[in-house]
Design a protein around this ligand. Structure first.
Ligand SMILES: NC(=O)C1=CN([C@@H]2O[C@H](COP(=O)(O)OP(=O)(O)OC[C@H]3O[C@@H](n4cnc5c(N)ncnc54)[C@H](O)[C@@H]3O)[C@@H](O)[C@H]2O)C=CC1
Ligand SMILES: CC(=O)C(=O)O
Length: 324
């Protein structure tokens, strides 16, 4: 099953991926996935058919220099047996806009897209990337009727990569040795989990002292804010973010297709954890061929748990206004 064609009783092809939405994020993700060699078939769908065809051709032209794959612009019928369908369709933020500002536009786009995905007979794993990603993961779950373990949002995988990157720069260490995580909303109420942060098992405050780097409350707040505001800064400068999220999409797809079971902070349905339920929130989970395989009950500090509940309230107040 790890790299397989069937999982359980579902005849899905884990070497086949569909991407709905071929703008900046969809095309950058398609490019990263083509280079990864994870998939032998990639279907690109966009309401702008020319866009999907153009991206498919452009990406396919790189294939002789990478791994062979069948990459084409298609329709929903083409993704019926895909192992993973990634939704990156929808409006992106303009300078000054928050992710939550996109909610009404993108919920109505999801109301058109998700039923078409499920009507195709799709029975794989749905990976939501469009923003606000936690809200849209919940919306996709409700509209699709798929089991909760198979509707995943990219969540704070990107924010966590940004956090590791910034910490790696600050501490003068390979960011892959930094074990630290952002959880909660992929957005303004996200939370940096400092209480569990470490560098190769050494608590981060201890490592900072050893390395002669500052670890004051001011420094931590600045790092956390820089991470939270990264998207605003990039959007101000180049109008969109797409490479970091494309790498995050690739990482999540690797976890699923290879059944790797890493712990990733993906958005998933909360069912009473930390007193939170009936919303999707970015929380650490073991991700494998079945999607969310285990929700990790990480021992966050009391303050972090309180901030997590506040983040959940922000999302809940948005969901309560939706007509689903
Ligand atoms: N979760 C994350 O970490 C990130 C999420 N995003 C989000 O990804 C989304 C896409 O961003 P960009 O690619 O920059 O936007 P974009 O405007 O470049 O692309 C959006 C694409 O969606 C297509 N589309 C719109 N309605 C559609 C429909 N009904 N069916 C099929 N395709 C449809 C458009 O034709 C367009 O090609 C945004 O919501 C953005 O906020 C962006 C970066 C990171
Ligand atoms: C746009 C967005 O969600 C990000 O880059 O984090």
């Amino acid at each position: 099953m790890a790299n397989g064609i069937e999982t359980g009783t579902r005849p899905v092809n884990f070497r086949k991926v569909g991407i709905v939405g071929c703008g900046f994020v969809g095309s950058a993700s398609a490019f990263a996935l083509m280079q990864s060699g994870l998939f032998s078939e990639m279907v690109l769908i966009d309401v702008d058919r020319d866009r999907a065809e153009g991206e498919a051709l452009d990406i396919a032209h790189g294939m002789p220099l990478a791994s062979p794959a069948n990459i084409y612009a298609g329709d929903y019928a083409d993704i019926a047996d895909a192992g993973i369908v990634i939704i990156t369709a929808g409006a992106n933020q303009k300078p000054g806009e928050t992710r939550l500002d996109l909610v009404s536009k993108n919920v109505s786009i999801f109301k058109s897209i998700v039923p078409q995905i499920t009507h195709s007979g799709f029975d794989g794993i749905l990976l939501v990337v469009s923003n606000p990603v936690d809200i849209l993961t919940y919306v996709a779950l409700k509209l699709s009727g798929l089991p909760a373990n198979r509707v995943i949002g990219s969540g704070t995988v990107l924010d966590t990569a940004r956090f590791k990157y910034v910490l790696g720069e600050h501490l003068g260490v390979d960011p892959r040795n930094v074990h630290a995580r952002i959880v909660g909303e992929h957005g303004d109420s996200e939370i940096a989990i400092w209480s569990l942060a470490n560098v190769s098992g050494i608590p981060i405050d201890v490592f900072s002292r050893l390395r002669g780097r500052e670890h004051s409350a001011e420094t931590m707040t600045k790092i956390e804010n820089d991470v939270k505001n990264s998207a605003y800064e990039i959007i101000e400068k180049k109008h969109a973010t797409y490479y970091g999220i494309a790498m995050s999409v690739k990482r999540i797809c690797e976890a699923i297709v290879r059944d790797e079971k890493p712990i990733l902070p993906v958005s998933n349905l909360m069912e009473g954890e930390y007193g939170i339920s009936d919303i999707a929130l970015s929380m650490p989970a073991v991700v494998g061929a079945e999607g969310i395989e285990y929700k990790v009950p990480a021992p966050f500090s009391d303050d972090e748990q309180a901030r997590l509940r506040a983040s959940a309230e922000v999302l809940k107040s948005v969901i309560e206004k939706l007509d689903l």
